[in-house]
Design a protein around this ligand. Structure first.
Ligand SMILES: [Zn+2]
Length: 184
């Protein structure tokens, strides 16, 4: 897919590839889609850790996704919420970019309306309707990798929102529209 994007960026049509190039593309793309995807999480509030293959043979693995969602629950209220699996794809891609498969440390995953309201009242940095409430955002850091590099890797994906919080020491990633900001 990236090969095609490169071609489009340079204004070349598929015809410019020639027969050999075209024949090679589908096989490569097919192999890439079958590669299992895994993610490792370590929730700093609960101490829970999980390393799971959450996508294989072309589909998300329901049991693995459910177990990951549980690790990302609102630790204050115990509420478990469906997390958008695209978040796990972002983490998988960030791991690949920085070349480190250490667990992602979770500062914040799902936030119940009650928790979000409490945090919003305490901090200007917390939106009244945060994407954390929709199971569409995570605040993360990666042990052994400079926060700036995690941030750079997340930005390079061009997927969803990326917030950089150098003082609090985490990067916010979400599956909302593409945007970027710096917090504290
Ligand atoms: Zn966040």
């Amino acid at each position: 897919m990236s090969t095609r994007r490169e071609l489009l960026r340079f204004g070349m049509g598929a015809g410019a590839l020639g027969a050999a190039g075209l024949a090679g593309l589908p096989v490569k793309a097919f192999a890439a889609t079958l590669e299992p995807r895994r993610v490792a999480l370590h929730n700093l509030h609960t101490g829970e850790a999980l390393d799971a293959v959450y996508w294989e043979n072309g589909a998300y693995v329901p049991d693995a996704v459910a177990a990951l969602n549980k690790v990302l629950r609102d630790y204050r209220t115990g509420d478990v919420h469906f997390m958008e699996p695209g978040l796990y794809d972002i983490l998988d891609a960030v791991s690949a970019k920085v070349g480190n498969r250490a667990p992602f440390q979770i500062i914040s995953g799902y936030r119940s309306p009650k928790t979000n309201a409490m945090l919003h009242a305490k901090s200007d940095g917390v939106a009244e309707h945060s994407l954390h409430m929709d199971g569409k955002a995570m605040d993360i850091r990666l042990e052994g990798v400079a926060l700036a590099n995690v941030h750079k890797a997340a930005l390079s994906l061009g997927r969803g929102g990326v917030g950089f919080y150098p003082t609090s020491n985490f990067v916010h990633v979400d599956v909302g529209r593409v945007r970027t900001w710096t917090g504290v």
